[in-house]
Write a protein that binds this ligand. Structure first.
Ligand code: SF4
Length: 349
């Protein structure tokens, strides 16, 4: 019943796409279910899709099948004539909600009062509200994603001695580890505690200050899950996303963004067993697309926000193209957030 409704919606969506032609572009994030990916024009990670949104001049309508912060970033990068829509306005992100402009501004001021303004660069993960990206732009920082975090760190350390990284502690720590930063010099900033739970000396000594945020989907993966899978499939390769804890990352064979995980799977030889620690819809899709390999999830971990997008609400959005669920960012926020996003796009080129 559900399949036939999806099929009918897909046919209607294809018909609308035919009518709108190049005026419409549908961007789909790697965590979208397969039916949505199949209806999109481009799929990728948040970095690819933000580049696509920044470069596409033909499309008048950009429909973003992903979560709100992604559509917001597309709206920030969009040209004057472009309208960005999302099929479900309630598709948010728990991690992005862990940092708001009030507590980030407060923390920033506390840190620079101790270290001085010219010793810290803010780097904000794409998974954040526009207001946090704007804070970063105002303070000469950049946005990063899980595919260009290392480039962003090199860029930032070239400018100043310290990085304040928002809002994912784990991506920040895993990147810090790959740079060989001593754990003593990576401190966590808990916005609910005075000075983030640190003393003045620790802040002065820090090289990397990590906002205490996390992804519930990726922190569900534990060391025990890896141990169980290694026991059951001793020859398997395990690949995980860098939003996982450092303990999980340390036990995996490889770590990387959703695009990296996709390529790692594609490039493995036929017959390989690959166990993947990321969102379940992506793992299921990779299993279908790589039927010559055995693809298994490390654990069934679903992002309920990503899965709010379905063929029905995509169709509803397309039927009201340019009007329904339009994602807007006020001009002041847009101007500063764009600086941080442009810094990211420049460092990648
Ligand atoms: Fe946010 Fe995690 Fe879902 Fe990504 S997977 S949208 S970080 S909650």
């Amino acid at each position: 019943m559900k399949d036939s409704a999806n099929e009918q919606n897909a046919q209607k969506i294809m018909a609308i796409k035919k009518v709108l032609g190049k005026e419409l572009v549908i961007l789909t994030h790697n965590y979208q279910r397969k039916e949505i990916i199949d209806l999109g024009d481009y799929r990728g990670d948040s970095f690819d899709l933000s580049q696509k949104a920044a470069l596409d001049k033909d499309a008048r309508f950009i429909v973003f099948c992903g979560v709100h912060f992604m559509a917001e970033s597309a709206a920030i990068l969009a040209k004057e004539h472009q309208i960005v829509q999302i099929p479900d306005m309630d598709a948010g992100c728990w991690m992005a909600d862990m940092a708001n402009s009030y507590n980030v501004e407060k923390a920033w001021n506390e840190v620079i009062n101790i270290t001085g303004e010219n010793s810290v660069t803010p780097i904000v993960y794409m998974n954040s509200e526009a207001s946090i990206k704007a804070h970063c732009g105002r303070n000469e920082g950049a946005v990063c994603t899980s595919s260009n975090d290392s480039d962003a760190f090199i860029w930032a350390f070239d400018k100043r001695e310290k990085i304040f990284f928002f809002p994912d502690e784990h991506l920040g720590r895993n990147t810090g580890n790959s740079f060989g930063i001593d754990s003593e010099r990576m401190i966590v900033w808990d916005p609910d505690k005075p000075l983030g739970g640190n003393c003045v000396e620790k802040i002065k000594n820090a090289k990397l200050i990590l906002w205490k945020g996390f992804c519930l989907v990726h922190t569900r993966f534990k060391v025990e899950h890896i141990k169980e899978k290694r026991k059951e499939f001793p020859d398997a390769k395990i690949v995980v996303h860098p939003e996982c804890s450092q303990e999980v990352v340390a036990m995996a064979d490889a770590v990387g963004s959703t695009n990296f995980i996709g390529k790692y799977t594609e490039n493995a030889s036929a017959g390989t067993t690959i166990i993947i620690g990321t969102e379940i819809n992506m793992v299921k899709r990779l299993a279908i697309e790589n039927s010559d390999k055995k693809i298994l999830p490390l654990l069934d971990s679903l992002c309920p926000n990503m899965s709010k997008i379905n063929p029905e609400n995509l169709l509803n959005t397309l039927q009201e193209i340019g009007k329904k669920n339009v994602v807007k960012v006020d001009d002041k926020t847009k101007k500063c957030a764009k600086i941080a996003l442009d810094n990211m796009l420049t460092l990648a080129s």
